[in-house]
Design a binder for this molecule. Structure first.
Ligand SMILES: [Zn+2]
Length: 237
């Protein structure tokens, strides 16, 4: 299917969007869709995505290399910065090697947070967490929440969006203005009431409960749960 030179490749089957960004085949769910000016590229990317859905943890080095080759081909086709694709592959390898049942998205988010010196409001793209309402034009997880290559990509996408859809541009351009809480399963939730002590962040969750985590995890300390202090009240010391 093509409109205005853009081709669309869509899966026949539908998928349920599970916590932590995982997909599982399920009736009444969402179709997986790839858009591209190049119809063959759209079809090839969709085929790779479908091959990757539901794939279990790698059992051999060849499986792990194959999964990473898929991430790199898709990341390159979608224009994601190479630094972010490599960080995603590293987190995936660590999750597999540790037999981490939490999956790789939570680990990748926690490691990006640990690398970040600051949290840019445009880079809060968290897999599946905010869906179509994500206050960012990005659709990849940055290697850090102050990644220069991701910020350049966001600027370029915002410039396009300002031309074709000024209303949506105005709605998105403020970026994330609230802190985000990522739990032990990699599930991200918008929080409020961000406070920082010498050693800990604390936030209020939508349930009314409070949650806290270390500002910088110590060696050997669990990386999840974590607070992503977008729009902090107190700038880091
Ligand atoms: Zn990056």
């Amino acid at each position: 299917m093509a409109t205005a030179g853009i081709h669309l490749a869509a899966s026949r089957t539908t998928f349920a969007d599970l916590s932590g960004g995982r997909l599982r085949e399920g009736a009444g769910g969402l179709h997986l869709v790839v858009l591209s000016p190049d119809v063959e590229l759209a079809r090839a990317c969709l085929a790779e995505e479908l091959r990757n859905v539901g794939r279990g943890a790698a059992a051999t080095w060849a499986d792990l290399r194959d999964t990473h080759a898929t991430h790199r081909r898709l990341g390159d086709a979608y224009g994601y910065p190479a630094c972010c694709v490599e960080a995603f592959c590293d987190a995936h390898a660590e999750a597999v090697l540790q037999g981490d049942s939490l999956g790789d998205n939570g680990l990748a988010i926690a490691r990006a947070a640990a690398r970040s010196a600051s949290f840019h409001p445009w880079l809060g793209s968290l897999p599946g967490a905010f869906g179509a309402h994500a206050p960012t034009p990005l659709r990849h997880l940055p290697c850090r929440f102050d990644c220069a290559a991701s910020l350049s990509l966001a600027e370029a996408l915002y410039a396009d969006l300002a031309r074709v859809d000024p209303l949506r541009h105005r709605r998105l351009a403020a970026g994330l203005t609230r802190p985000v809480w990522v739990d032990r399963h990699g599930v991200a939730t918008l929080a409020s009431g961000l406070e920082r002590s010498a050693t800990h962040w604390s936030v209020k969750l939508p349930s009314g409960a409070s949650a806290r985590c270390p500002v910088r995890p110590r060696a050997g300390e669990a990386l999840l749960p974590t607070v992503l202090p977008f729009a902090p009240r107190h700038s880091p010391a």
